[in-house]
Write a protein of this length. Structure first.
Length: 137
């Protein structure tokens, strides 16, 4: 994947996240619409859907999907015990909160040809809750 394509994908992903600014890549900006605050316990409940493929926590291991412990701030394709798609390994993405939000919303738009077979979550509150939980791991 060329640097130009990665840049375009990252900018498109940031544009899909309310409150994200293309200039910072990681923090919510001052905009008319801000992302909702997440609830950790609601996020833990939301993660139950993810557990079909992903594990998280101190004894987490990759299986059908990569383990998600410490996902916030981790480079995409970095879990050593998972066989990622070439698209994910070569994406150059670092999983910031805005990037994770965009990916959870539309995985194939953010990283085309990745292995995750998931339609995405459209509801911004559910995404915010999930991210609040993932930040605790």
């Amino acid at each position: 994947m060329t640097w130009l394509r990665v840049t375009v994908l990252l900018l498109a992903a940031l544009a899909a996240v309310p409150g994200a600014r293309a200039g910072d890549g990681a923090s919510a900006g001052a905009s008319a619409r801000t992302a909702p605050a997440g609830n950790v316990e609601a996020g833990r409940a939301e993660f139950a859907r993810c557990q079909w493929c992903h594990q998280a926590g101190p004894s987490a291991r990759s299986g059908f999907g990569p383990q998600l412990t410490g996902i916030v701030g981790r480079r995409a394709g970095a879990a050593t015990d998972y066989n990622y798609s070439a698209a994910m390994k070569n994406s150059g993405i670092v999983w910031t909160a805005p990037m994770l939000a965009a990916f959870v919303k539309a995985p194939q738009k953010v990283v085309p040809d990745n292995k995750m077979r998931f339609w995405g979550i459209a509801d911004e509150q559910r995404i915010a809750n999930l991210l609040a939980y993932l930040r605790t791991l």
